[in-house]
Design a protein around this ligand. Structure first.
Ligand code: HPA
Length: 232
């Protein structure tokens, strides 16, 4: 047991899918896994383990923001032996061609700061996806007829960002979308020799203001789970 996870040793699979929302973890485990069982529920952060096509897979919430993701990624990798962590979440579109409902696969994740920032003594570490997972997810999305955007994203510490044109320079440099967890997930995974990837659905758009209706969210979420399971 760890301060934030009540599972017993061996309760987690080496592959863990991580939506931000623990209720989404429950839905995905019950919908996509065979014999899914609850392995942890500390603070309501539900984690499940079952099998997919005969292989063990876990699905656990990460919470919102890099500090929360950092806690669960550290404990899953260091205490429970997780080797492949795939975030499945939502993001805000930052480029005109990145439309609401589209899927973004994060090759890199820029940030203003992460919980790991002081590790690098002022150098700018480039948090990046595991290549084998990224390649597999690109192929899995093509196989499912989905044209995913693959490139850089921003991991922000603020959802309600009122700073004027704060993201203009990143947009100019082709950053596709903004979310709040991936830069730290990639950094923690790199530090402990685990593989990580983030697959995201565009739930809202920073330029157009369009937002995905709640009724569409489950379908988009299901697509990400299928790509993640096919990639792992
Ligand atoms: N900002 C930050 N995180 C997000 C957003 C956003 O606009 N949309 C979904 N996750």
């Amino acid at each position: 047991m760890t301060p934030h996870i009540s599972a017993k040793p061996g309760d987690f699979a080496e592959t863990v899918l991580m939506p931000g929302d623990p209720r989404r973890a429950e839905w995905a485990a019950k919908t996509f896994l065979t014999d899914a069982r609850l392995v942890t529920d500390v603070r309501g952060m539900l984690g499940f383990t079952g099998t997919h096509k005969g292989k063990p897979v876990s699905i656990m919430g990460s919470g919102m923001g890099m500090p929360s993701m950092s806690i669960y990624a550290n404990e899953l990798i260091r205490e429970y032996g997780a080797k492949t962590l795939i975030r499945i979440g939502s993001c805000g579109g930052m480029q005109p061609e990145v439309k609401v409902r589209d899927i973004v696969i994060a090759m890199t994740a820029s940030s203003l700061s992460t919980p790991s920032q002081s590790f690098f003594h002022g150098m700018n570490f480039a948090p990046s996806a595991d290549w084998s997972l990224l390649n597999a997810a690109a192929k899995a999305s093509v196989a499912q007829g989905i044209s995913a955007h693959i490139g850089g994203i921003l991991s922000s510490d603020t959802f309600y960002d009122e700073r004027e044109d704060h993201q203009a320079a990143l947009r100019r440099h082709g950053v596709l979308a903004v979310e709040m967890e991936t830069a730290e997930l990639y950094t923690v995974a790199a530090r402990h020799k685990a593989r990580a990837l983030a697959i995201l659905t565009v739930s809202d758009h920073l330029i157009t203001g369009e937002a995905l209706p709640a009724s569409d969210r489950e379908r988009s979420f299901g697509q990400m789970v299928e790509i993640a399971l096919a990639s792992a």
